[in-house]
Design a protein around this ligand. Sequence first.
Ligand SMILES: [Zn+2]
Length: 265
Amino acid sequence: MIYQWLYNRPARGAHVWAVLPLAAALLAAVAFAAAPPDQEFKPFAFILAGDPELGKPDVRNTADRFALLPQRAARIKAALVVIPGDMTHDDTDEEWDAIEGTLKQFSMPVKIVPGNHDKPKSFAKHVGEDHCVFTLNNCDFVCLNSNLGGSAAKTQRKWFEDALKASREHHRTHTFVVLHHPNVAKDEPLRGLVIRYGVKVVLAGHLHTTAEIAGKGYTIYVSPGTARFRDKGGLGYRVFKVYKDRIEQEFVPLEKEVAEAKLAP
Ligand SMILES: [Zn+2]
């Protein structure tokens, strides 16, 4: 849970900006004088991990494979690791204990959204907030809970729009959307917001495939993760390199050892 405490910006932040323009102007003036590190862009690399989904029939093996990630992320000097949900398969204490043990090994922020396998109570206990905005090097990661339906989904959509609006007002260099289900193309209101606010990169899991789903002006990148795969791509994750004018990414098979992610000057 400490990961979210340390690295989350609470969901209500967007509303504060909206209702307190004077305070916002004052803060902006202070920020101009000495911009906090998260508001200065510099190139960085991050990992889109995919579903850890620890569980039957091989809790130990899925746990061991997920446990490779902290080292991999450290080796490439990733500034962030994004895990798009389905932390466990069966929501057992054994699985969550292994998840928590591995999360402690990461030396950089880890952002996690809930998947369909993550029971809300367990997710809140072991991970924390189910949605948030995380800012890194003047880039926003808007993290959603894609399990919601009905009025909860509607409320979150309003929050999502406020977050995208705030991202634009803050002149973020890039805005990433993170969610478990790659359902942006099917969810018409969600898709409309992604297009309206010029989001180019959506990060997702759930499919256990190495998929790139192209939409109007955006691409949904899916990582297969470390538990199971359903295509010829095998297990693995994606490494993104974020530059001011572009975003590069590549799929890294889990069995492949990688050197430091070299960023272009
Ligand atoms: Zn799933």
